[in-house]
Design a protein around this ligand. Structure first.
Ligand code: GTP
Ligand code: MG
Length: 591
């Protein structure tokens, strides 16, 4: 299936043509039929000679209903431009074409209708010239009459060729279904319709609805009037939502794959086409089926910041248009450059931002995003529309911690900052065993503790919630010297502890021992019983070599130590689960 939106001036025969092609009535409302005028979007479909299906979104031509027209064409990448042979190019022919151009619609057809009333030649020539100057480029033209049916076979063939040219949809993409209609079906509840441009929907799926706390669930699906268990893009779909009241959503809302979109009320965009120099300060942004008032802040010659009256799930690269509702005027197209732009607080920030934006083109650029954002989660980038390749591959960046990605230069700088900050802290707080991890996190303005953990490299390390040099280096010099003496004297008798007198001689009182223990330079077994910190594994190895179970005395002898050490050492090993004490006080090594 492919979807085509009509476009063209009021009364030029859009609905008549859709009716003639499909046999279906696009004007759904009694009022529309009474007035002979389309007010809101109409939907119809038919099978083409190739066997393929085309679905039409039929739009109103009257200038009062341009917002409805925009909601219809927003999510649809192809247009059937209708011009009446007897009237020729008219104001809404131009406004609709400007809208298609602003949205970057690249595929279309020209149908010159009412060819039974006048020579279609002049209208065709004018329309082709106008269209050729837009994103649509040169389009095929067909003269038709909705009244006599002349030209309809040629138009069907042209539609088939158009369908074959359209880019293949990405069915693995997350779903962003812009709602163009919502209504209640008795017995089923709320139903919304839209054009599914990418991804896949299944009955039972959970979807996200902006502004709703709870996910919504797909209770039923219809495509072109038939119930389906699944619908893949491109498709016109009607989605029955379980337990979602009708007033919860309507045109302009979007149903989303949960967690895959960033909702934003602030975007930096490039104006496309010929942006007016004097853009009004308030305009309406039309994107997908949504229309949201925005405040416009000019930045560069063709870049502006938009503050949206309500957040939308926008992606880098999205096309949208700005319209001045008061002047009935499409002010221009926009291409979204950044959906999470930095605040512009400082003086000169706007000018600097304009320079950054001048380099962007709306194509997702992972390396550029990392350079500009310096540190960001992969998931956050994906939600902005910047794909992050995963798995082995030249292009997949390796996370620095968790799913955090970093600009390599910035990451190096942060590593240097860690050393600098920790060294300064040690100087200012000589008796503390290092800088608290959270203080360091705040000092470096890091958003996540795992980043601090990843930045700390030997000789620094994290011990007991602080970052310090491993072992003695963080200690005041006198304590460090004493610990080095202990190491020198006891290195070859690792399970002997200095006697209390010796500790006093070395200047290791309770305070100093405490500092050394916190720094991981000594291991305290009991008051005044300390060992070097790295002996526990060796102790377990020695004990494992004994016949099991073993007694305290056997352990003492094997470790070549005294009861003063052996008793608390074994208790510590018990607590750590390395040994287990049996009811008869013998122990075994737990393997
Ligand atoms: N003679 C003749 N009349 C046509 C043809 N197509 C449409 N009409 C008439 O033109 C009038 C407008 O046709 P519609 O199909 O409603 O025009 P529209 O473009 O859908 O109008 P809006 O939706 O209001 O913008 C109707 O009276 C149609 O009967 C045609 O090919 N030949
Ligand atoms: Mg109509």
């Amino acid at each position: 299936m492919f979807v085509v939106a009509t476009a063209g001036h009021v009364d030029h025969g859009k609905s008549t043509l859709v009716r003639a092609l499909t046999g279906m009535e696009p004007d759904r409302w009694a009022e529309e039929r009474r007035r002979g005028m389309t007010i809101d979007l109409g939907f119809a479909w038919t099978t083409l000679p190739s066997g393929g299906t085309v679905a039409f979104v039929d739009v109103p031509g009257h200038e009062r209903f341009v917002p409805n027209m925009l909601a219809g064409v927003g999510p649809v990448p192809a247009a059937l431009i209708v011009v009446a042979a007897d009237e020729g190019w008219m104001p809404q022919s131009a406004e609709h074409l400007a809208a298609l151009d602003a949205l970057g619609v690249g595929h279309g057809l020209l149908a010159v209708t009412r060819a039974d009333l006048a020579d279609p030649g002049p209208a065709t020539a004018r329309a082709r010239t106008e269209i050729a100057a837009t994103s649509l480029g040169a389009v095929p033209a067909v003269a038709v009459s909705g009244l006599t049916g002349a030209g309809l076979p040629e138009l069907r063939a042209a539609l088939d060729r158009l369908g074959a040219q359209l880019p293949a949809p990405v069915v693995d993409d997350p779903v962003r279904l812009w709602v163009d209609r919502s209504f209640t079906v008795r017995g089923s509840g709320t139903v919304v319709t839209g054009t599914l441009g990418g991804g896949r929907l299944r009955v039972g799926d959970e979807l996200e609805l902006a502004g709703a706390d709870e996910p919504v669930r797909v209770r039923g699906l219809h495509c072109l009037g038939e119930a389906r268990a699944e619908a893949a893009a491109v498709a016109r779909v009607a989605v029955n939502l379980r337990g979602t009241p009708r007033d919860r959503l309507g045109r302009g809302d979007a149903l989303l794959t949960p967690g895959r979109f960033h909702h934003t009320d602030l975007v930096d965009v490039r104006l496309t086409g010929d942006p007016a120099a004097d853009l009004p300060a308030t305009l309406t942004l039309h994107v997908g089926s949504a229309a949201v008032p925005v405040r416009v802040r000019p930045l560069g010659p063709d870049t502006v910041r938009l503050r949206l009256a309500r957040p939308l799930p926008l992606l880098v690269g999205d096309r949208a248009l700005l319209r001045d509702p008061g002047r009935h005027h499409v002010s221009g197209g926009v291409r979204v450059l950044d959906v999470a732009p930095p605040p512009l607080g400082r003086r000169g920030a706007a000018a600097a931002r304009a320079q950054v934006l001048a380099e962007l083109d709306g194509r997702p650029d992972l390396a550029g995003e990392l350079r500009r954002r310096r540190l960001i989660r992969a998931g956050a980038l994906v939600r902005m529309g910047v794909p992050v390749p995963t798995g082995p591959g030249r292009d997949s960046p390796s996370p620095v911690a968790g799913d955090w990605l970093a600009d390599p230069g910035h990451w190096r700088w942060l590593g240097e900052q860690v050393t600098e900050q920790v060294t300064r802290y040690a100087r200012e707080h000589p008796l503390e065993p290092g800088m608290p991890v959270d203080a360091l996190r705040q000092r470096l303005a890091l958003p996540d503790r795992v980043l601090v953990e990843a930045l700390v490299r030997p000789p620094l390390r994290i011990h007991a919630g602080r970052v310090g040099a491993a072992g003695v280096d963080v200690l005041p010099e006198a304590v460090a010297r004493a610990v080095r003496r202990v190491r020198a004297e006891y290195g070859d008798r690792p399970f002997r502890a200095p006697e209390t007198d010796r500790l006093v001689d070395l200047g290791l009182g309770p305070r100093e021992i405490g500092a050394a223990v916190r720094a991981g330079a000594l291991l305290r077994l009991a008051d005044n019983v300390v060992l070097l910190p790295d002996v526990l594994d060796d102790a377990v190895r020695v004990l494992a070599g004994l016949p099991q179970p073993f007694t305290l005395s056997a352990a003492r002898q094997a470790l070549d130590t005294t009861r003063r050490v052996a008793v608390p050492l074994l208790e510590l090993l018990d607590r750590r689960g390395a040994t287990r004490r049996l009811p008869d006080d013998a122990r075994i090594v737990v393997t």
